[in-house]
Ligand binder design. Sequence first.
Ligand code: CS2
Ligand code: MG
Length: 402
Amino acid sequence: MKITEAKVIVCSPGRNFVTLKIVTDEGVYGIGDATLNGREKSVVSFLEDYLCPSLIGRDPQRIEDIWQFFYRGAYWRRGPVGMTAIAAIDTALWDIKAKLANMPLYQLLGGRSRDGVMVYTHANGHDIESTLEQVGKYVEKGYKAVRVQCGIPGIASTYGVPKGNKAYEPADSDLPSETSWSTEKYLNHIPQLFQEVRKQFGDDLHILHDVHHRLTPIEAARLGKEVEPYHLFWLEDCVPAENQEAFKLIRQHTTTPLAVGEVFNSIHDCRELIQNQLIDYIRTTVVHAGGITHLRRIADFAALYNVRTGSHGATDLSPVCMGAALHFDYWVPNFGIQEHMAHSEQMLEVFPHAYRFNDGYFTPGELPGHGVDINEELAAKYPYKRACLPVARLEDGTLWNW
Ligand code: CS2
Ligand code: MG
């Protein structure tokens, strides 16, 4: 069996997505997500100019060898562009293998470990009151876990909160827009949000929060300590994680569970965090961390240290990634939770999918493969449009982490 074609499909049904389709001489094909928000074309070029030509003629069943060829075989390793490209190939090959086996992907991984995949969604209002209203709507829909973010008085636009009434989409302009940030205002306001959520919704709802890399370790320690009474499911990305050791300081001060990893692309980015038990949830995902093959290695390693998975699942991860992630989550023994930021109807139409939501949980469906396809004709109607992520500055103009 041979790979005869590997083509990259770029479309923008409301936001940009990059999809890799690998076709074989037996007619079976697989698809993988290759979307890297705000850097889409770099992955397209990496795939088209360098990796896809090497795929032609290879046996698609040799997933491990192909992964090793592109990772170990490369002199320049790792990095988000390269690992996203490898992830797309890997996801498409697992799709093909599961189709050949006539099994849903989770069966091939070892079968399901649970009845459903618990997801969390996003409540993000301009103030505490409107955020609480949104939490209420999601609770009514059956969600067991909700991420809460709200506008901060005195800061013009806050991460996670949409500008108007549209759904939140961070890559919002042709060139990076500039936002402003005040740690002081944020830290003084945000604990009240969790206090109110607990008051109104009781103790059973899982509440999560994303700091989006804005704090220093000692500030993160203060926040973790102050929100302890509200029992967060997790506090996400409280500091940038280039310095894995920084988490030691945070850990010494708080029992609030910590999650990190959506920007990681390799096991080496989280090795110390996991080994030293400095985090509770690892958020690496199929599309940005080398596909199913590499994510499985990270999860198995994490399991040794009681660290559970909590994969990134914002809208910039396409429905193809979501499908593959749900099969992974259905299987992975040390599963924690899966993020689910809903794609629009327009986006979902381009990607017919087998996964379904019911009462707070997703199931990946029983179709052979990962259960997600792409309608190429429809995709062609939505051409790529450059959209960049914002940058952040402190109130005095100093550039900060977005
Ligand atoms: C985020 C994302 O979902 C999350 O937790 O941090 O919204 C992130 O900002 C985007 O995926 C960036 O592309
Ligand atoms: Mg995040």
